[in-house]
Design a protein around this ligand. Structure first.
Ligand code: HEM
Length: 148
């Protein structure tokens, strides 16, 4: 009887182990940077914007999403990318100035996107979306860690 309950306890413990591991994996050791959090917020809204940019009946909702992206872009400008840690002195200054300039330019494009949507110019808005996608691509090539 004693042996049976020991086996039972052990098997219950073993069954529990994978869940414990799955949980600790989720909580993870990786600490998100404030910039990663802003970028993730931006990404979620950006995907929906791309999906519905052609549909003028959705402009009100698109504008609300654009406002989110703009806020996140403005916050991102104040933050420091992980890669800045690879540089020091003048190199670091140059890196940060380049990053801030690219982020400000992107924020400017986002304002243009807002204006196009407000005037119901969805074709123009689509072109600006393509420009923001380019800015994202170049921004990531230059300022985001390569393995990310
Ligand atoms: C619509 C435009 C953009 C979107 C949707 C976007 C999205 C993202 C996403 C999903 C990540 C990964 C976040 C994570 O690992 O949790 C990221 C990271 C990053 N992005 Fe963007 N991004 C955009 C524009 C830009 C621009 C214009 C720049 C630079 C001028 C930039 C610089 C970075 C950097 C530096 C990181 C790495 C985070 C860090 O170093 O802490 N992104 N972005």
């Amino acid at each position: 009887m004693k042996k049976r309950s020991l086996i039972l306890t052990l098997s219950m413990l073993l069954a529990y182990v994978p869940f414990v591991e799955a949980n600790s994996h989720e909580d993870g050791e990786h600490h998100h940077t404030a910039l990663e959090d802003e970028m993730s917020a931006m990404n979620k809204a950006w995907r929906s914007i791309r999906r519905q940019i052609k549909d003028s009946s959705k402009n009100e909702s698109t504008l609300a999403l654009v406002a989110k992206v703009k806020k996140a872009a403005q916050e991102s400008t104040k933050l420091t990318p992980i890669r800045a840690g690879d540089f020091s002195g003048d190199e670091k200054k140059k890196f940060m100035e380049g990053y801030q300039k690219a982020m400000k330019r992107t924020t400017g494009l986002i304002s243009q996107l807002e204006a196009a949507l407000e005037s119901g110019d969805n074709a123009g808005a689509e072109e600006i979306v393509a420009k923001i996608n380019d800015a994202r691509k170049h921004g990531h090539e230059k300022y985001k860690p390569e393995d990310d």
